[in-house]
Design a protein around this ligand. Structure first.
Ligand SMILES: [Zn+2]
Length: 346
């Protein structure tokens, strides 16, 4: 008898506790309130967030579809200016060399004016300048010289290379090994309070799962879907405030793909390795096929155009100079990819 009276009260307490716990932990709302003046801290009234999804073979987008990768679809196909047929660097389809090309706008081979970073681990403690044999500028040094701020959020320890090479120009360096959620949270917190003019985000999980279980396997695909969700929280944070929404542009690409069924991506002449996505999304950017609005670039079909090809395909190494173009800053001195800053993004 008494239980009939007590039960509703208990139930109410349980429900209330659950609601309170949910409210306090706030796992449902990924965005944080944005302070009013975030847009005042940048240059050209713009913020650029460059995102590299490590080992993203565009085949995964097709396999998972719009339902499985809604946010990557928004950036690359539905809302941004994008392509799934950009190219990695010619010399090597591995992580650190390709990312160094993204931030310097240079090719890899030092003898050909490249940055010279050919290693891919954290045991080498050289700087980019030591690898090249001379001074090397980057998107970080250019943004900094123009009065802007920069930040790096990365999930592999080898990314210390950037701060080591440009210590005065990398204002913030968040490296959390294999913690994709943590680095994205750090970025989102900074977007809410003091976003850098240029943020570089490296998400490593697809590559990690590819090496462990094989490219295009269920576990690899699950990692891609998870990165899509994280990117969705970045988009939500950007869209949560008018000042960020009207000032922020995302540049998305990848360092390399990976050969389905294998646990590697070192075969630079294999299309599964050298084909990567490239997309620009956000303030002032309309939906477009990136090749259609860029007569100075040529869609390569299935081919692997060499460095002498004219016009060139769109390459992942264009991240630095297109980001600087969006920020109204001159190209990186000594760079090659998009050195004329003629890659149209709107
Ligand atoms: Zn890898």
């Amino acid at each position: 008898m008494t239980s009939l009276r007590v039960r509703p009260v208990l139930a109410a307490v349980v429900v209330l506790a659950a609601v309170l716990a949910g409210f306090l932990l706030a796992p449902t709302d990924p965005t944080r309130p944005v302070s009013a003046d975030v847009a005042a801290r940048t240059i050209n009234d713009k913020h650029v967030i460059a995102i590299s999804v490590d080992g993203l073979n565009p085949r995964a987008l097709k396999k998972l579809g719009r339902a499985g990768t809604p946010n990557l679809h928004r950036l690359i196909k539905d809302e941004g200016a994008g392509t799934v047929n950009a190219r990695a660097q010619l010399e090597l389809t591995i992580t650190l060399p390709n990312h160094t090309s993204m931030v310097t706008g240079r090719r890899i081979k030092a003898g050909k004016g490249g940055h010279g970073v050919t290693w891919n681990d954290d045991t080498v403690t050289k700087t980019v300048q030591q690898a090249a044999g001379h001074d090397v500028d980057s998107v970080f040094t250019q943004v900094h010289a123009a009065g802007g701020t920069t930040a790096v959020y990365a999930t592999k320890s080898k990314f210390w290379l950037f701060e080591r090479s440009w210590p005065k120009a990398v204002d913030k360096n968040v490296i959390q090994v294999e913690k994709n959620g943590a680095v994205v949270k750090a970025l989102r917190d900074d977007l809410a309070t003091s976003p850098a003019s240029f943020s570089f985000v490296h998400l490593g999980k697809p590559d990690q799962m590819g090496h462990k279980f094989g490219w295009m396997t269920p576990k690899y695909l699950r990692a891609v879907a998870k990165m899509d969700k994280l990117i969705g929280t970045i988009i939500a944070q950007v869209e949560s405030s008018p000042s960020l929404r009207t000032s922020t542009v995302i540049v998305l690409t990848s360092d390399h793909g990976g050969v389905p069924g294998t646990k590697n991506h070192v075969w630079k002449k294999n299309r599964e390795d050298y084909r990567v996505p490239f997309a620009i999304w956000g303030a002032g950017v309309d939906r477009a096929d990136l090749y259609a609005i860029n007569p100075h670039r040529a869609a390569p079909g299935r081919s692997r155009p060499n460095a002498k090809a004219d016009p060139q395909p769109i390459r992942n190494g264009e991240v630095a100079n297109v980001s600087l173009d969006i920020l109204g800053v001159d190209a990186v001195p000594g760079s090659l990819w998009d050195a004329a800053q003629d890659l149209a993004w709107k």
